[in-house]
Design a protein around this ligand. Structure first.
Ligand code: M6R
Length: 609
């Protein structure tokens, strides 16, 4: 989704804005622009369609001088990607400029109303109403005018606002869209996400909905919609600036795949200690409340939904609590049955996904407890849930999620064991065995990274196919869903996951000579059944890459190539099985010459509905 950066200080704004926008490229965008106010108090704006390099080329020929500026990468929602629709947008007099992330739902109404007051519009965007609305209310006080204008907006927004009438000021506000404030030494920033400003400061203020921040050369002040001053805490972010660099890897995705052993270890640290009860970071759920739960909903989108899908198997098996997994955009509109014995778990890497956040809010309004699993400290989901469990995956930049997924799986196991302990559905010995095995997962994940050659070879022999099928049963089916999504997202090959037993109810009609099938047969109790499914496709000419646990060598008679996963309690195998699937998707995308880290049409954080 769109990225926002703003700077006010003593340095030239342009390089800082451009650098910040580069760090936000991972969010997805199709055009970009910056506005800078110069020493003569003039607003200068440069915009460009396409990649940031296009904008850079323009700026190289025509530098924007000045030390107050805002910048934006746009992911088109209203109006095609074009220079005209690109941000910053201004009022007709070019005195007020605005960058916006989100969607203004009542923009047509506001546009018609402003037109009756003589305002003219030049773009197809919803955003253009905002600078004009501020202009309408402006009476020598930008904050007051911004408050009045924002009061009329419906929808979601993160806004950066500047005016030549008050040139040494940036105003920002958010609602349902991420925006942070960076506090440096004599310089201040706004940004959609921390990496954009990490080179300058690690001191961050997280804004709540409808809080207005005024940045000037001498500091930062936050106000409510009523204009009341609010005291805000400044948080110190511990990420190093290197987290946002590729560190020698060709792509962020490859780097993040390799970071999984550490991410898994970090997510378990202090929570899983042999001989000690599971330690869940002081969550407020009591044993009484846990015993009372008769239904858990796990609600998420995309990869996080797939992790939730595995969570269902794991929590039901270990803790014997019924779990429903829902896609957030479906859950929020389907009137689910919610009682005082229901627990909602929302899962989100970014902590800002609009549908997941809406599901959280709906359930909170109904009075039930919400537990969030997220990777983003200080995100909306983290702040609004009753309890939070962080996945300590570290910064994930590639649009295709990898280490966030594996740490979400780890969190599902931790939670299932926590419930099992509290409900006594497993013996202490059974719990200890799983914990012991979990602690071996980082090194087993490391081992999986060594299968590169087989995977690269399989990728280079098969990257030109139009379709791929991923088959699995039980928890392997959950992993198959994630494997298929990875291929789809970054290589644009049509890939689908099917439960092995479901194949013959329709989909097998698509299997023909040479169709590529990835068959996951890691679960001992389902191994023979899965091998039968594999035979069904090989008989029809499919080319199969099989995955199974070490020792199941009989698979070699049925498949074209095989990857063995190290032995560990069956239920934990998804964590290590998914690693070669991620690598396979990566190598296929590289072979096809795709933009691995920034796949077409996708955004890292989906902050609009
Ligand atoms: O930030 P979230 O975990 O809420 O994001 C949910 C999905 O948008 C996300 O997982 C998406 O499917 C990724 N591109 C998957 O690789």
């Amino acid at each position: 989704m769109c990225g926002i950066v703003g700077y006010i200080g003593k340095q030239e704004a342009q390089p800082i804005l451009m650098n910040g926008l580069k760090k936000l490229e991972y969010r997805g965008y199709d055009s970009a622009g910056i506005a800078v106010i110069n020493k003569k108090d003039e607003m200068n704006i440069t915009k460009s369609k396409g990649r940031l390099s296009n904008l850079e080329d323009k700026l190289a020929k025509h530098v924007l001088e000045g030390s107050t500026g805002i910048g934006h990468t746009r992911w088109a929602t209203h109006g095609e990607p074009s220079e005209l629709n690109c941000h910053p947008h201004t009022n007709s007099k070019n005195t007020i400029s605005v960058v916006h992330n989100g969607i203004i739902e009542n923009y047509l109404h506001l546009r018609e109303w402003l037109a009756t007051k003589g305002y003219k519009f030049y773009s197809d965007t919803d955003t253009e109403v905002i600078p004009n609305l501020i202009d309408y209310y402006y009476e020598n006080d930008l904050l007051e005018a911004s408050i009045k204008a924002v009061g009329r907006l419906e929808g979601s927004y993160a806004l950066g606002i500047m005016s030549t009438n008050e040139p040494e000021k940036i105003i920002a506000v958010r609602k349902d869209s991420p925006l942070i404030v960076g506090v440096g030494k004599d310089e201040y920033f706004i940004a959609s996400d921390v990496p954009a400003i990490l080179n300058h400061t690690r001191e961050i203020i997280y804004l709540e909905d409808k809080e207005f921040v005024v940045l000037t050369n001498s500091g930062v002040n936050v106000f409510s919609l009523d204009g009341e001053k609010i005291e805000k805490e400044v948080h110190h972010v511990t990420w190093s600036a290197d987290a946002a660099e590729k560190g020698g890897f060709e792509h962020f995705m490859l780097k993040e795949i390799h970071e999984q052993p550490k991410a898994i270890r970090d997510t378990m640290t202090s929570r899983i200690i042999p001989g000690q009860p599971i330690n869940l970071d002081n969550i407020s759920l009591t044993q009484e409340e846990i015993k009372k739960i008769d239904k858990i909903y796990i609600v998420a989108c995309g990869t996080a939904y797939h992790a939730g899908f595995l969570g269902k198997y794991v929590i039901e098996k270990l803790a014997r609590i019924p779990v429903e997994v829902d896609i957030a955009s479906e859950f929020r509109y389907r009137d689910p049955i919610i009682t005082d014995r229901t627990l909602l778990i929302v899962m989100s890497q970014s902590g800002e996904t609009a549908d997941t956040l809406a599901a959280l809010r709906d359930c909170k309004a109904k009075g039930i407890k919400v537990l969030a699993i997220t990777n983003a400290v200080g995100s909306s989901i983290a702040r609004e849930a009753d309890d939070v469990l962080y996945t300590w995956a570290g910064l994930e930049i590639a649009v295709a999620s990898t280490k966030a997924y594996t740490t979400q799986l780890i969190t599902m196991y931790i939670l299932a064991l926590f419930f099992a302990e509290n409900k006594k559905t497993l013996t202490t010995d059974e719990i200890e065995t799983i914990k012991k095995d979990m602690l071996t997962l980082p090194e087993k994940t490391e081992e999986m990274l060594k299968h590169k050659e087989v995977l690269q070879k399989f990728a280079s022999n098969n990257y030109m196919h139009k379709d791929m099928f991923f088959l699995g049963r039980g928890i392997d089916y959950a992993v198959a869903m994630e494997g298929a999504l990875k291929v789809k997202e970054i290589s644009y090959i049509h890939s689908e996951a099917y439960a092995g037993g479901e194949l013959k109810h329709g989909t097998i009609a698509l299997i023909e000579e040479g169709t590529v099938v990835i068959a996951l047969a890691t679960q001992s109790d389902l191994y023979e059944k899965m091998i039968s499914n594999v035979r069904e496709v090989t008989t029809r000419g499919a080319k199969v890459l099989g995955f199974t646990a070490e020792g199941n060598t009989s698979i070699e008679k049925t498949v074209d190539a095989v990857i063995y996963v190290p032995k560990v309690t069956d239920i934990l195998l998804p964590v290590i099985t998914v690693v070669p699937l991620q690598l396979l998707a990566y190598y296929i995308a590289v072979q096809r010459g795709c933009d691995v880290d920034k796949p077409r049409n996708l955004a890292k954080s989906v902050t609009v509905e």
